[in-house]
Design a protein around this ligand. Structure first.
Ligand SMILES: O=P(O)(O)O[C@@H]1C[C@H](O)[C@@H](CO)O1
Length: 272
């Protein structure tokens, strides 16, 4: 099997030929949240399907494009949509874009997602600053041989969600009179939504929100030495807390709060 560093060389050479230069921040835009990439200035957009060694995104609300350019004065490489483990991709494939962002020079990523609210104080439409996560997917993208030039064998996850970035985001939300919840994101594999019993367990375990992405991306970001800001859009109450769950509601809620979400990310990015 080809080494990760060799695959990355092919991908970054392709992207540089397309005009992609230095990157400061990688952005991963979750279900229904991809519109932020439409605000990138001097944009170069490339469908995932054209990028060597990228998977293809199959989920409604995920446009499946890489967008490079300037946002809030920073050079960004945004993923309009992401890959999920439940689509049948390996964790390594799901997180490959984070490796690419790092290889292009990104020192930080901003990850966003749609998530179900477990915390009883949350309501659909809330934005939640992710302060920590629980990897409940049953897998880990770092399983396998460690390429030491990519990062350490045993990465420290004590401060995976960069505390200074959390502070800046809270200050920005406050200055804009925007309500911002905070809490722990618990990542399941999906694609089933959780059962009510799993949600009761998640609450006891310390989760404030549940979702089907993000944890593997953040593990690879930590492995690569990147700083991380994570924001969830609470699109629904978790299983057992409302009558039923569906993806149409998830996308509808992101539609309703996208203006506020975009404002928070742009204003925070300007301060990072
Ligand atoms: O990509 P994210 O985590 O934003 O999307 C969530 C998880 C599933 O893909 C989908 C379920 O409705 O939304």
């Amino acid at each position: 099997m080809a080494k990760l560093s060799e695959l990355l060389k092919e991908t970054t050479t392709f992207l540089k030929e397309k005009g992609i230069g230095e990157v400061d921040f990688g952005l991963i835009l979750g279900s229904g949240l991809g519109e932020l990439a439409d605000e990138v200035e001097d944009a170069i957009a490339i469908p995932f399907s054209e990028v060597p060694h990228f998977a293809v995104s199959t989920v409604v609300g995920h446009a499946g494009k890489l967008v490079y350019g300037t946002l809030s004065g920073k050079k960004v490489l945004a993923m309009q949509g992401r890959f999920h483990y439940y689509e049948g991709h390996s964790m390594q494939k799901v997180t490959y874009p984070v490796r690419v962002m790092s290889a292009l020079g990104a020192h930080s990523i901003i990850v966003t997602n749609a998530a179900g609210g477990v915390n009883e104080n949350f309501i659909p439409g809330n934005l939640m600053l992710i302060t920590d996560h629980i990897n409940f997917t049953g897998d880990n993208p770092l399983i396998g041989e460690n390429e030491d030039e990519m990062g350490p064998r045993f990465p420290d996850m004590s401060h995976a969600y960069t505390p200074e970035y959390c502070e800046v985001t809270k200050k920005v939300a406050n200055a804009q009179n925007m309500s911002l919840q905070e809490g722990v994101y618990m990542g399941y594999s999906g694609p089933t939504y959780e059962t009510p019993a799993e949600i009761r367990m998640s609450r006891v375990m310390g989760a404030d929100a549940v979702g089907m992405s993000t944890v593997s991306e953040v593990i690879v970001a930590a492995h690569s030495g990147m700083k991380v800001l994570g924001i969830s859009c609470i699109t629904n109450l978790a299983a057992g807390m409302q009558s039923s769950l569906n993806h149409a509601e998830v996308v509808e809620t992101t539609e309703r709060v996208k203006a506020q979400f975009k404002e928070l990310v742009k204003a925070t990015l300007a301060e990072l």
